[in-house]
Design a protein around this ligand. Structure first.
Ligand code: TYM
Length: 334
């Protein structure tokens, strides 16, 4: 690991099929930041059980997600890729931070309101205190930076508030983290409803590109993407469907919206949608191939899980012990 460098933490849930939004908004940036930071990337399975999961399915998806992190280009020798549930410090610190977080703050979280509406039959306490566990994830590693999509910014804000509150009482215990939002792709919208974010849990599969979609499916979904009647490839608020497609195209090709407008000046939506689809296939196909190959290497993945889990626990314990001492828990007898 790049010891001595600034620290980065981020995580992803292994629930549902990962979408292009997860990749462009998060995973892609994780890879580019690896050389600069000491990175911790977690499969956040504790967060996943805030909604009901099939146990066997969750276990399988968690492993697949960890494999995908590696397939995306994150080297597990230089970075720490691990399961949140393998490091007990996350839950322990979350408990302590719960006692420094106000109900009123949690009540304002828009993701809680959305999820509570969606899972009205199971509004459990974990769903409510979800952002506190997220704060624990980040603060446990003293992260300086947290790369996320825009939908997680409110959770980053509460993390900063909790850290500052704790520090004001006990001294400089936690690093106060900054969010990192990528230049392109920070909020990818549904292809069927550009007012709604592209989401793993969307009931309409045509609204999302899943990371394991084959090329034909990807092209077909882009051909069907909702646009407008302006018939011009322009990056404007009034054209949310086209704007979203431009965002996707830019995130996949590295071009700017202005360059894209010039490239498709005078050309129809058909051409543009095809080009966006092809740019996505060009990004996802190599990822899928590496993922398939890695999945077959069971021993290697097992080794990563074991070694990286231990590495994460080592760093986590350093912060946890310090926090336990600060709040007044008795020292361990050795
Ligand atoms: P999750 O699993 O919902 O999403 C993982 C990452 O993908 C980003 N993302 C998107 N970005 C752009 N456009 C979209 N349509 C889109 N959909 C998702 C998310 O912003 C996120 O970065 N609570 C978190 C996981 C988490 C975490 C953490 C993240 C737990 N602890 C600590 C950072 C730090 C979540 O459910 O992400």
């Amino acid at each position: 690991m790049l010891d001595g460098n600034k620290v980065l933490f981020s995580g992803m849930q292994a629930t549902g099929n990962l979408t292009l939004g997860n990749y462009l908004g998060a995973l892609k940036n994780w890879v580019t930041l690896c050389d600069e930071y000491q990175c911790f990337y977690s499969v956040v399975d504790l967060h996943s059980i805030t909604v009901r999961q099939d146990p066997a399915e969750l276990r399988k998806r968690a492993r697949n997600l960890l494999t995908l992190y590696i397939a995306a280009g994150i080297d597990p020798e230089k970075n720490c890729l691990y399961y949140q549930s393998h490091v007990p410090g996350h839950a322990e610190l979350a408990w302590i931070l719960n006692c420094f977080t106000y109900m009123g703050e949690l009540n304002r979280m828009t993701q809680f309101k959305d999820k509570a509406a969606k899972h009205a039959d199971n509004i459990n306490a974990g769903l409510f205190t979800y952002p506190v566990l997220m704060a624990a994830d980040i603060l446990l590693y003293q992260a300086d930076v947290v790369p996320v999509g825009k939908d997680q910014l409110q959770h980053l804000e509460i993390t900063r508030d909790i850290a500052q509150r704790f520090n004001a009482i006990y001294g400089d215990v936690f690093t106060v983290p900054e969010p990192y939002i990528g230049k392109a792709g920070a909020k990818i919208m549904s292809l069927q409803n550009p007012e709604k974010k592209m989401s793993k849990s969307d009931e309409n599969p045509n609204g999302s590109i899943y990371l394991m979609d084959d090329p034909d499916t990807i092209i077909r979904k882009f051909k069907r993407a909702v646009t407008d009647s302006e018939a011009a490839v322009r990056y404007r608020e009034e054209q949310p469907g086209i704007r979203n497609l431009i965002d996707i195209y830019c995130a996949c090709t590295g071009k700017t919206p202005e360059e894209t407008e010039r490239e498709f000046d005078g050309r129809g939506y058909g051409d543009f949608k095809m080009a966006v689809g092809e740019s996505v296939v060009a990004v996802l196909k190599p990822l899928q191939e590496r993922y398939e190959a890695l999945g077959k290497n069971k021993d290697y993945i097992d080794k990563v899980i074991k070694e990286n889990g231990e590495k994460a626990a080592y760093f986590a314990n350093k912060t946890l012990r310090k926090v336990q001492k600060k709040v007044g828990f008795p020292e361990r007898v050795r």
